[in-house]
Unconditional design. Structure first.
Length: 125
């Protein structure tokens, strides 16, 4: 983001987990997302980060987002995104990638045909 003060951007306070990659390092680290706006976020935990470092963060329902560490304060740090995002997507339900029911489920109320005849064996509660 530019050098313009963006603290007046509305941000959503929330709590969700995300994966972060530090530029030049292998592997991912888990962090807690404390607040999120279209231009950046505050995270807690994970790796030790340095102001000005390039990072990528995977946000629920959004995917990988590039950014720069804007500030660091103890266990918390801010990330300024390279491009704006829609923070409402991360707050929504997880998007399913497979709409087919698993093979081990069956519709509610459907019993195997041989079980229908054995209703007398069912225990009354």
């Amino acid at each position: 983001m530019s050098g313009v003060d963006t603290r007046n951007i509305s941000r959503d306070s929330l709590f969700l987990m995300a994966e972060i990659r530090l530029d030049g390092e292998d592997g991912e680290h888990r962090v807690k997302v404390r607040n999120l706006s279209s231009g950046g976020m505050m995270a807690e935990g994970g790796p030790s980060v340095v102001r000005g470092s390039n990072v990528s963060i995977q946000l629920r329902n959004i995917g990988w987002v590039e950014g720069v560490i804007a500030w660091v304060q103890e266990e918390r740090f801010g990330i300024a995104f390279s491009e704006e995002i829609d923070p409402g997507l991360a707050r929504g339900k997880t998007i399913a990638t497979d709409h087919v029911a698993p093979r081990f489920t069956r519709p509610i109320g459907m019993l195997a045909p041989d079980k229908l005849a054995d209703r007398e064996r069912l225990r009354n509660i």
